[in-house]
Design a protein around this ligand. Structure first.
Ligand code: IPE
Ligand code: IPE
Ligand code: MG
Length: 250
């Protein structure tokens, strides 16, 4: 039987042309803390090192022609971490946004964000909104940051929106279908992920895109996120290309 996890071998350095490139790749960037611990460093150093992996993955996705890249950067549950770690993550997010402000524009990458953005510090939200507005017209790729994101919260909010629309007479309960529901999720307009990658070997989805990943191919990579390089992304895509997607049919 084929192994469900990758990276027992060194990663490939290049990617042969292949017609089946996932339109949307979603990544659960996990293992920063353990990466740091292995080196006797504070956890925030793992998060700092993880920012370099983000740059590499964005580059690799652009090169492949991936249209959407969604990165799980901070979950609703991550607010429960110690205050100094949350603070370090917010500072890194600010730094990432400052660095990427010009770069995303230059590379014609559109920035979007999903999650409870009103829970972010005001200055972080302002930075984010400014870049989103500035890059809204770009289409070489869309980078979606999941920030203070939880899929259950997103689903509950969509249910609430549907209930309000039904009460206001805008939609009849009988007309509520999958499309009506999906159009009230924060990912409305974004195709569902084709490939879901999780690093650090954990076999769980941790409240990420629960509705949207129904038919995503899942690839678990054993490396910690700060060790994830372009070649690992290429290997994950190759693994995806070796799968036979059936969507419940044959
Ligand atoms: C992923 O790494 C980054 C975030 C969740 C913000 P972790 O911080 O979860 O690192 P581990 O899983 O504890 O090693
Ligand atoms: C998921 O990782 C969240 C992000 C990668 C942002 P966690 O490390 O928070 O998830 P658990 O605690 O292992 O499920
Ligand atoms: Mg983790």
């Amino acid at each position: 039987m084929k192994s469900a996890t990758l990276n027992e071998n060194p990663p490939t350095e290049s990617m042969p042309k292949h017609p089946d490139i996932p339109r949307h790749i979603a990544i659960i960037m996990d293992g920063n803390g353990r990466w740091a611990k292995e080196r006797g460093l504070p956890r925030r150093e793992g998060h700092r090192a993880g920012a370099e992996s983000i740059r590499e993955v964005m580059e690799a996705c652009k090169e492949l022609g991936v249209e959407y890249l969604t990165l799980y950067a901070f979950s609703s549950e991550n607010w429960n971490r110690p205050e100094d770690e949350v603070q370090a993550l917010m500072n890194l997010l600010d730094r990432f946004l400052d660095e990427q402000a010009k770069e995303l524009d230059k590379q014609k990458v559109r920035l979007q964000a999903i999650g409870q953005l009103d829970r972010l510090p005001q200055k972080t939200r302002e930075r984010l909104e400014k870049i989103m507005a500035r890059t809204a017209g770009h289409r070489s790729m869309t980078l979606v940051l999941a920030l203070s994101y939880g899929a259950r919260e997103e689903i509950v909010a969509a249910a609430k929106a549907l209930a309000e629309d039904a009460l206001a007479g805008k939609i009849s309960p009988a007309a509520i279908d999958g499309d009506a529901f999906a159009s009230r999720l924060q990912t409305a307009g974004i195709p569902d992920p084709d490939l879901l990658v999780r690093t650090s070997g954990e076999l769980r989805v941790s409240n990420f895109l629960l509705w949207q990943i129904s038919y995503a191919e899942i690839v678990i990579v054993k490396k910690f996120w700060p060790d994830f390089r372009q070649g690992d992304l290429f290997d994950s895509v190759k693994e995806y290309q070796s799968r036979h997607r059936r969507f419940g049919a044959l």
